[in-house]
Design a protein around this ligand. Structure first.
Ligand code: DAH
Length: 343
């Protein structure tokens, strides 16, 4: 039955030439279909004697099976995945959970600080991030040639008109200039907190970033004293860090306050006993503060003979690091999801 072998060889050669699934599929009709080549061979069987008919019939059938298999094989290699049965959608697979966003820990801390002072009667206010040198320095009694100006003397914005202006523009290096905006726009009694971004030329290290956040506070009224400042900050510290927290005021210097102080709270980690975080002292510095300098009130056209006030400024990242136990401030801007998802 070498003629069948020839048929097979011829078919395989043709199939080999099929370059697309459609062509291979067409060979199935042409060769194996109702009017195809193999049908013809089957029809011829009728003329044969019974014994031969049996043998040849089986051979033709085997050939048919072989050709079908060859076509399927070819289809698979031609259309790759497409030839495989498509997986139906598995409706029993649980859906992908959407990931909810959340407040950044620095902003959550800033909200918390703001909220604590709101409960004490302070209203949130905001100042611009782009300031003039007048608000950033002069109105705060900071002479630009004074050593105290150095940490604040930072990013000036390129301004072609700078020479013709009395003051240059810069990114504010603290939130204190907002004190002046508030005092210019409202009359005492004033009680505000100003959360916001500040900018300095500090290179980033474990405790510094060139862009960070502060929360300023200002209270101006008749008869405001240092005792009010101490009371407000002592309560705020307990609210912020826990009821056992004690505060300590150390004399300091800021050009815009007189007298000035820095405030420490008992170390959160050791409770005041002394540990590496507080360098063995039991205390951790959290803010600067003082009684508003009379000259600053004068700049704001508030009569220092009638009104007094206190002000304070705290670093939000620093508070967040203490509260959340974050050892390196740079984690806050790396924004790794595993870090952020902890809170
Ligand atoms: N502006 C100061 C700073 O960035 C912090 C500060 C100190 C703010 C004393 C105040 C203050 O309002 O009274 O270092």
């Amino acid at each position: 039955m070498s003629d069948l072998d020839d048929v097979k060889a011829e078919f395989l050669k043709t199939l080999d030439g099929a370059k697309a699934a459609g062509e291979a599929e067409k060979l199935r009709t042409d060769w194996l279909g109702r009017t195809g080549r193999l049908r013809k061979l089957t029809e011829d069987l009728g003329k044969l004697p019974v014994e031969q008919k049996k043998l040849r019939g089986k051979a033709i059938n085997d050939l048919k099976v072989a050709l079908e298999a060859a076509i399927d094989e070819r289809l698979k290699s031609l259309s790759g995945v497409k030839a495989a049965p498509v997986d139906p959608i598995d409706v029993t697979i649980p859906g992908a959970r959407p990931r909810y966003g959340r407040r950044h820990p620095v902003y959550a801390t800033m909200d918390e600080i703001r909220h604590i002072f709101e409960k004490l009667g302070f209203e949130a206010a905001y100042g611009p991030e782009i300031e003039t040198a007048y608000y950033n320095f002069e109105a705060l009694n900071i002479p630009l040639d004074h050593p105290a100006a150095e940490p604040f003397d930072t990013y000036y914005l390129d301004d072609p008109d700078a020479a013709s202006r009395p003051y240059r523009y810069l990114l504010r290096s603290h939130t204190s200039p907002a004190q002046m905006h508030v005092m210019e726009s409202r009359k005492p009694p004033i009680r505000v907190v100003v959360p916001g971004k500040v900018f300095r030329t500090d290179p980033a290290d474990a405790s510094h970033l060139p862009v960070f956040h502060q929360c300023e506070g200002l209270m101006v009224d008749e008869g405001v004293t240092f005792a009010d400042l101490k009371g407000v900050l002592a309560i705020a510290a307990k609210e912020l860090f826990g009821a056992k927290t004690e505060t300590r005021f150390r004399p300091s210097y800021f050009p815009f306050t007189e007298p000035s102080a820095e405030v420490d709270v008992t170390c959160l980690l050791c409770g005041g006993g002394g540990c590496p975080a507080c360098k063995g002292s039991g205390w951790i510095e959290i803010l600067g503060c003082g009684m508003v300098h009379p000259r600053v009130l004068e700049y704001a056209k508030i009569d220092p003979a009638k009104y007094t006030g206190f002000a304070f400024g705290m670093g939000v990242e620093r508070v967040a690091m203490l509260k959340l136990g974050v050892p390196d401030i740079r984690h806050f801007i790396r924004n790794h999801p595993l870090f952020l998802r902890q809170w």
